[in-house]
Design a protein around this ligand. Sequence first.
Ligand SMILES: NC(=O)c1ccc[n+]([C@@H]2O[C@H](COP(=O)([O-])OP(=O)(O)OC[C@H]3O[C@@H](n4cnc5c(N)ncnc54)[C@H](O)[C@@H]3O)[C@@H](O)[C@H]2O)c1
Length: 378
Amino acid sequence: VVKQEPVNCGVDKRGSSSIAVALLGAGGWGSLVAGELKHVPGFELAGVFDADQARSSTVADRLTVEVYKGLDVCLSDPGVSAVIVAVPNDRHVELTAAALAAGKHVLLEKPMALTVQDAEDLARRADAEDRVLMLDHIQRYYAPLRAIKELIEAGSIGQVLAVSVRRRDLLKRTIRWLQLREHVGGLLYQSAVHEFDLLRWLCGEAVEISCTSPGRPIAPELDYPDLILSQIRFQSGAIGQLWNCMTDPMPAYDGVVTGDEGTVWFDLYDAQVRWARVGEDPEERDWSPRDRWAPWAWTSGGGIADGEAEAVRDMLADFRDSVLGRGGPAVTAWDGVRSVELAQAGYISLATTRAVDLPLSGRDRIRKAHLELESSRG
Ligand SMILES: NC(=O)c1ccc[n+]([C@@H]2O[C@H](COP(=O)([O-])OP(=O)(O)OC[C@H]3O[C@@H](n4cnc5c(N)ncnc54)[C@H](O)[C@@H]3O)[C@@H](O)[C@H]2O)c1
């Protein structure tokens, strides 16, 4: 693989004024994200590489782009400035490191890695190569959650004291790697990692996490717990609480943020935000149609809900602007590191039944505690 010269000017080596992007991993999510590139001015999908050649061809045909026959072929293409890495979680480090070494900017799916040490290595590589390494923590682009952030920044509820979020999903789990903690990491890496990022966004750095779980998975095909409750303490003094379930027949995504001057309540899947200052009447905002962020709004053809599609486009536009040097991404590589650290510390907490201090140090930085749980099926 020949390392690419820095291309930050927005004019790629194909002579186009668009940034050419390649998709690495053309599965369910990666192909949806890549499919939204056509709606983001300044981006062009150049081609697709998937370890499964038949998958590569199907997705490349659908998106009318080139198939790369190998990873090296893709990464050696001097016309490609950036890649989207959307492979199984345990392959993120290997593919991202190769892409950075080839001089590509990377939009990496969550979780960044399965240990904080691996995640930090990637963040340092990106810094050393002067490449953008952005994490797809899509929550930061959902309009109702952005509205909450704006209310907090406007001082509408004063200083944040406590946040509670319940995410109850019925996630697809027919794909083999998603059933195995060895590949997926488990619920904290796959799903709660989004809420770790969300809570850090609202509350700042975490200093302690404590997790608990009934242990046995609700879904028999999984070898890891699919219901985990977390309590987090933040440097600011704020406290956070998460209810994460991947196997709930009544999906919901709601929560509350309490400050010293008021409270915000939200229901993402019903697209509502309501807030009140102490002593004042509540105000509210909603988005139409009300189920635009709900998982059941996904089309039967395997499409993407309108709200989710808008969030993906905003996230891609943020990536484009970062590649063009117009400011850093909302979710940096170092944000990705901190979310991985919360997931890892959460599993250490489950394995030791104790609260765990952050940042992790010593052996805990490489500890794969998600593989240690006795309560999981082996
Ligand atoms: N940000 C989000 O909201 C969000 C949502 C869903 C999934 N994801 C993430 O996206 C990633 C992909 O998830 P998915 O649901 O699309 O899974 P998937 O199984 O549908 O797709 C993964 C694809 O990667 C391919 N692959 C495996 N190893 C490869 C390799 N070494 N090189 C190239 N291709 C390889 C597989 O053949 C498969 O086509 C995961 O990291 C997942 O956590 C993120």
